[in-house]
Design a protein around this ligand. Sequence first.
Ligand code: NAI
Length: 305
Amino acid sequence: MSIRFDGKVAIVTGAGNGLGRSHALELAARGAKVVINDLGGARDGVGASSAAADGVVAEIQAAGGEAFAHGANVAIFSEVEDMVAQAMAKWGRVDILINNAGILRDKSFSKMSIDDFKLVMDVHVMGSVNCTKAVWEIMKQQGYGRIVMTTSSSGLYGNFGQANYGAAKMAVVGLMNTLAIEGAKYNIHVNSLAPTAATRMTEDIMPAEILGMLVPEAVTAGALTLCHDNAPSRFILCAGGGGYAKSSIFETDGIYLSPEERSPEAVAGQWDDICNTSNQAELESGFKQSEKFLLKAQAFVQGAK
Ligand code: NAI
């Protein structure tokens, strides 16, 4: 099966550098028309420049593809709306959105300012919300949409010095969970990508020989499987250095304590049973958790009758 994007319009945020650039080049090489969004600031979000995005547009055009640059700051909704309006005016549809733009403000939580926390949340979380909101009605009306959130192992599992970034990266998984449910009947698929790649974001935190193995193109091969016609929905794909894996949240079946039994001591006393993974499951919505517990309570009441 060859994966093509002919006739599709894609927006890739933060596409001037690193992973976004790689995703955009490959989408264009496979037939998509691509909006190259990039604010063009430094790794910590300071500054702005159109040079990087213009360079990617030039590369795509030189290879015979179609693209235009837009310098929207994804954290500012009106700028994102303008970008989407330009894509609609030029190409009449938006099929794919890869929420990729990101910054870092790493510090231990003790030393992290509230401003550094808020800025990282703004770019990653509100950036993804703004871009998704701006294309959502368009995708609903088209009956077609493919949206990728860029999460991180830092959000899924934690990393020292990344409280702001980790919180933001897990938030976009929460956004995916609900939007995948709400988008299903409109053929809008929403997935998450957890990358590992050598970019300016990671250039000083890993040794050179390791960075040489972590080429962005390896992540892009995974990213494109999350936004083509037959893409899954609500999938967390981890990709780096040629490795690909699925990450999931599971919940154990758990236990039931009757009203008379309920106490912190009883809960602590059954910890091993609470943690028993033999019947664990991925729940398809938050409501399924309530349903599970209510069924246990109902079974107890019926057994007592
Ligand atoms: P990068 O720094 O090379 O690229 C990020 C791009 O986003 C830059 O071109 C930057 O100008 C742009 N950007 C930043 N703030 C923006 C804003 N407000 N509006 C528009 N554009 C903005 O970094 P990299 O590594 O390519 O990161 C891409 C995504 O992948 C990010 O979301 C990052 O958090 C995520 N990620 C990367 C990992 C890695 O190993 N490189 C690991 C896990 C996640």
